[in-house]
Write a protein that binds this ligand. Structure first.
Ligand code: EPS
Length: 362
């Protein structure tokens, strides 16, 4: 299976299946000398993990990272970094029935058609379990970006079904299991999710990500635009059906006089562009937003066909997320960080000698 790698200079290749013995990644191109220890992966992996609240899948993995290579005496050496996480809480019997049929709305059918063989246990390679390694790789990227450029990548749940935030505070996001920016609404979300889980159904969500500290100049026209690469990376996350950069689809009804971000020597007056013009960062906050579809593994019976071509009714058993968007925030942050890291290195490689350009709008 090809296309398991992302990035040109900071290349991440993930491997492994949800119910296999382990998942892992190889990071190639990490600059040498970055201090990194296995404990540093814990916070982000814990933020993404299942079983940390009643509102996500109850599979319980420790997600302990083993660094197999590329680090000597606590610092990266510039050689390939191999990271491994062992799977320990697989329950493959939940997938006995699914092995004979296709869940409506799931990749079961398309994997079958593409490869003529599939690992149905936990969805195999199509499982969101794979995103663990994206988040692990991005711990390295986030750290380097922060130390080298002061870049900070952070996200939040911007919509859960039809519920939208009634207020906004970055400090609230890490205080609740939803990554929700308005603490007062958390009981409402809990009630919503409890009712949804009881009904056996699932719901979609929106996650927003912002990166501040990105200097002007990252991104390569024409086919390596920063927004193009962000869209591709974010769209590669399981269940993502839409990506917006800046105002995104809201730009459809805007006028030029409204959409353009006016420039003054003390700053831009707005950021409709999402910090990217012509595929290159402006120095403003980079803003992206993703739409996640409702989880296809639901307890509500749905019509499908089995391997023999017979009509069947599918009910998915097991430990599934009623809303994958709830723990997608760290995954979306990870993909943004991986793209920014790659573009930071690409910019340095080609344009490192250009020097400081004026005027620079803060
Ligand atoms: C997933 C289905 C469930 C989730 C899994 C993603 O798998 P299982 O039936 O094996 O519990 O638990 O999520 C993870 C294991 C994870 O680490 O994210 C799916 O179909 O995508």
């Amino acid at each position: 299976m090809s296309s398991n790698s992302t990035g040109k200079l900071f290349t991440v290749t993930t491997f492994g299946e949800s119910h296999g013995p382990a998942i892992g990644c190889v990071i190639d191109g990490c600059p040498p000398g970055l201090p990194i220890a296995p404990e540093e992966f814990r916070t982000d992996l814990e933020r993404r993990a299942t079983g940390r609240s009643r509102h996500t899948s109850q599979r319980r993995e420790e997600d302990e990272v083993e660094i197999l290579s590329g680090v000597y005496e606590g610092r990266t050496t510039g050689t390939p970094m191999a990271l491994l996480i062992r799977n320990t809480d697989q329950r493959s019997k939940d997938y006995n029935d699914i092995a004979q049929t296709f869940r409506p709305g799931h990749a079961d059918y398309t994997y079958w058609h593409k490869y003529g063989i599939r690992d149905p246990r936990g969805g195999g390679r199509s499982s969101a379990r794979e995103t663990t390694m994206r988040v692990a790789a991005a711990v390295v990227a986030k750290k380097w970006l922060a130390e080298r450029y002061g870049v900070r990548v952070r996200g939040y749940l911007a919509q859960l079904g039809d519920v939208v935030p009634a207020g906004f505070d970055w400090n609230a996001i890490e205080q609740n299991p939803f990554f929700w920016p308005h603490e007062a609404q958390v009981p409402e979300l809990e009630k919503y999710m409890d009712a949804l889980r009881k009904s056996g159904d699932s719901v979609g969500a929106r996650v927003n990500v912002e990166a501040d500290g990105v200097p002007p100049g990252w991104g390569e026209p024409i086919y390596g635009k920063l927004d193009g690469d962000l869209a591709s990376a974010l769209m590669s996350i399981n269940a993502v059906k839409g990506v917006e950069i800046g105002d995104g689809f809201a730009a459809v009804t805007q006028h030029g006089s409204q959409h353009c971000d006016e420039m003054h020597m003390d700053g831009f007056t707005s950021n409709h562009a999402g910090g990217i013009l012509g595929g290159i960062s402006t120095g403003q906050v980079v803003r992206a937003s993703i739409a996640l579809k409702p989880t296809s593994s639901i307890l509500i019976p749905g019509h499908s066909v089995n391997l023999a071509g017979e009509s069947v009714e599918v009910v998915t058993k097991g430990r599934h997320d009623p809303c994958v968007g709830i723990r997608a925030t760290p995954i979306a942050e990870a993909m943004v960080a991986l793209v920014l890291m790659d573009h930071a290195l690409r910019h340095r490689a080609q344009c490192g000698d250009v020097g400081e350009i004026k005027p620079r709008i803060p």
